[in-house]
Design a protein around this ligand. Structure first.
Ligand SMILES: [Zn+2]
Length: 177
């Protein structure tokens, strides 16, 4: 292969990568806008970390949630002092949620929890889990509204858990979350 060809190929793949990044950024902005549209309905607000912990215990204690995410050994909530960023990560078998004051509200807690369950940033797997959590723990009405905003803003949320499960484990998942 000539150098010229190689350069051209590289620049094409650079272009593809930057387009992909741009798309991801746009999707992220759209996701945040969809959440903003529903700001009045973000759900129950919690003052302290221990109130959030109680709320999370209620979610994680649900038998089929525990069964499905049996790899999770527990969770830690950090108060996010000194930072404005909320965060959710899966670390050493635990869900780690960083929740500054503004983020101690149902919808955002579920958003960060969805990050603990998924692996694609704000991609379709994340959105799919996020919506499932909202449907299960905030109710049908909130789920439908958030889903419709996602669709209006073109936020990708379709991801076949069933297909993933079949491919990975050779059978259908036996949970309903
Ligand atoms: Zn997020």
């Amino acid at each position: 292969m000539t150098t010229k060809k190689r350069t051209r190929q590289r620049s094409r793949s650079d272009e593809r990568a930057s387009k992909k990044r741009l798309k991801e950024q746009l999707a992220e902005e759209h996701l945040y806008t969809a959440e903003e549209m529903l700001r009045e309905k973000w759900g129950k607000r919690f003052r302290t970390v221990s109130e959030v912990e109680k709320y999370l215990e209620g979610i994680i204690g649900v038998p089929d949630f525990r069964e499905k995410f049996c790899h999770c050994k527990g969770f830690c909530v950090f108060d996010g002092r000194g930072s404005q960023l909320a965060r959710g990560r899966f670390v050493n078998g635990e869900f780690h949620l960083t929740l500054p004051r503004w983020a101690r509200v149902e919808l955002i807690i579920l958003h960060e929890l969805a990050h603990c369950l998924s692996w694609d940033g704000h991609g379709p797997v994340f959105c799919s889990y996020y919506l499932k959590l909202v449907r299960r723990f905030m109710g049908e009405e909130m789920y439908v509204e958030l889903r419709d905003w996602f669709d209006d803003f073109g936020v990708k949320r379709r991801w076949s858990e069933r297909r993933f499960h079949r491919k990975a484990y050779g059978g259908d998942p036996d949970f309903t979350l």
